[in-house]
Design a protein. Structure first.
Length: 545
């Protein structure tokens, strides 16, 4: 049996397998005795490790100011290891790095990114770093951090400075510079030629889209370039949210179905300091019990959470924004019109991971066929309260999609398949399936068609999504995939008198720059109840109105 390549990220947990590999490499050589003996070969290898491995370089050459105001060697925490691992994976796979980070407060993300920037700039020539923050206080803080890295870096490793003023570190011998600036109305940074860019608290930038477009246009997808945009969330009506929605999980290929960025989310409970020993009479409320179960938290973490919410005038939405447990929770904190809450999705993931339910009843498949070149065709297979399979396919024509439908029908014993026929995109797939004799167990659904309860729902798509919401609320289990919330929590809704109106696919795509394909595919499985034999006899989809 061959050893699995540690650089393959096929499942979410593979990130930690790769992190352990990187840690082992960084600690694979003991230099202490050899360096004390002035062994030239060992010294050369030491410098090589400093250049090639940030986890080796950081604790030996960089110092940070701790919360105790003392200077400490920079040892990665869990969040920093996670971000570093994904950055190194992307750099190895594509030659460049493009990452967007949603985080809680004070988890060391900027500390890591400034350390990475300093590590990159001192080990090569003609390399420019640009850090852009949301306010002057943050600019001063990050520049001071960068100067501290340089000041305490060993003299035989750090390059000489030719200037250190105006928030700029210039390395004349390397022909490189390190600039920290504040986002302002004048388009700061637009003219800067950067190879490494860190956008700090992007959700709070004034004129964020103008700043980003001006800066990023000057950074091509060239080998060695790195771009990081990170922030705590600030609602859904801003540039940062749109970019997050367009980014993909680390195990998915960069493709047309995304904006080229990989997403990284850092939950608050990864920070080891976010815990307080509870008093003996501490008991969890029902809401706290459910929250702790969903995220595997202990009483110390839950007591810290309760204290922090109390500090925030007992406003749980402020806590969600500043200390999110999921990215959907971070963004939805300011929105009351989101149809499916993130806690419903988190609980469904938890049940799926624990195999809490047995799949019972008919097996149904929903297929949301790609409408445009940058959309994806999504396949969802559900049996009762359990999701059996989730899949996405980019750039596939009608024959390829129909063939995949038949393969999945055979593999999972699907009783009935529902296709999205809106706009005619899925109709071609349906025609192929009918031609292959699958008319009886396949239904083409037009999202704009009349609902079964037209007095309550404006169309059949709204009705199916509402049924899916009720399915989640009653208890459901989905595959253990951190990206479910990306689609299920996307749509907003409103009331028109007594009628529920769901945001259309076009409206969602305009707002978040992508289509909720997986959510629509799952919703299709709720079009009508299916018998175990999957027969479509006696039921005819109503005409589109």
């Amino acid at each position: 049996m061959t050893k699995k390549d540690p650089w393959l990220l096929e499942k979410p947990n593979d990130v930690w397998r790769l992190a352990h590999h990187l840690a082992a490499v960084a600690e694979s050589v003991d230099f202490d005795a050899a360096l004390e003996d002035d062994n030239p070969e060992a010294i050369e290898t030491f410098y090589q490790f400093c250049r090639d491995h940030l986890p080796f370089f950081a604790p030996r050459c960089l110092f940070i100011k701790g919360k105790d105001a003392k200077r400490h060697n920079f040892e990665f925490n869990r969040a920093q290891w996670y971000l570093h691992t994904i950055a190194e994976w992307m750099r190895r796979k594509y030659g460049y790095v493009r990452i967007i980070v949603v985080k809680g407060r004070q988890q060391g993300i900027s500390t890591y990114l400034e350390a990475r920037a300093y590590w990159r700039i001192i080990h090569q020539e003609n390399f420019n770093v640009l850090i852009l923050t949301h306010e002057m206080a943050a600019t001063n803080n990050l520049f001071d951090m960068s100067k501290r890295y340089h000041e305490f870096c060993p003299e035989d490793i750090r390059p000489p400075l030719t200037a250190a003023n105006g928030k700029v570190l210039r390395f004349g011998e390397l022909d490189s510079q390190y600039l920290v600036a504040t986002a302002g109305a004048g388009g700061t940074g637009r003219s800067q030629n950067a190879h490494y860019f860190h956008g700090s608290e992007v959700a709070f930038w004034p004129d964020a889209e103008e700043h980003a477009s001006g800066i990023l246009q000057a950074i091509g997808l060239e080998e060695g370039t790195e771009v990081y945009m990170e922030s705590t969330a600030d609602g859904v009506a801003n540039y940062f949210y749109e970019q997050w929605q367009g980014a993909l999980p680390p195990r998915e290929e960069v493709s047309a179905d995304g904006n080229g960025y990989i997403r990284v989310f850092i939950p608050w409970f990864w920070e080891p300091g976010y815990t307080i020993e509870p008093p003996e009479d501490f008991t969890l409320t029902e809401e706290e019990k459910q929250y702790a179960y969903m995220h595997d938290l202990d009483e110390g973490q839950m007591f810290w959470r309760r204290r922090k919410i109390a500090e925030m005038d007992n406003d749980p939405n402020r806590f969600k924004r500043d200390y999110p447990a999921t990215p959907e929770e971070a963004f939805e904190a300011s929105g009351d019109t989101i149809l499916i809450r993130s806690d419903l999705v988190a609980m469904a993931r938890k049940r799926g991971k624990a195999r809490a339910y047995q799949p019972i009843g008919a097996v149904v498949m929903g297929v949301d066929v790609a409408r445009q070149g940058d959309d994806a065709t999504a396949f969802i297979i559900r049996q009762g309260r359990v999701i059996l399979h989730r899949e996405r396919m980019v750039g596939a024509g009608a024959n390829v999609v129909a063939t995949r439908v038949l393969q999945l029908k055979s593999q999972f014993g699907v009783d009935h398949t529902f296709l999205d026929g809106t706009g005619g995109y899925g109709t071609a797939v349906y025609d192929v399936l009918v031609d292959r004799g699958r008319e009886a167990d396949t239904t083409c659904v037009h999202f704009s068609g009349a609902a079964d309860e037209p007095e309550r729902y404006n169309n059949v798509r709204t009705e199916m999504w509402w049924r899916m919401r009720e399915w989640l609320m009653a208890g459901a289990a989905v595959t253990d995939d951190p990206d479910w919330g990306r689609d299920l929590c996307a749509p907003h809704y409103k009331y028109q008198r007594d009628m529920i109106v769901l945001e259309s696919k076009d409206e969602i795509k305009k707002r978040i720059k992508r289509s909720p394909d997986v959510g629509d595919a799952l919703a299709l499985t709720f079009r009508f109840p299916v018998a175990v034999d999957g027969s479509n006899k006696g039921y005819h989809e109503p005409d589109v109105v």
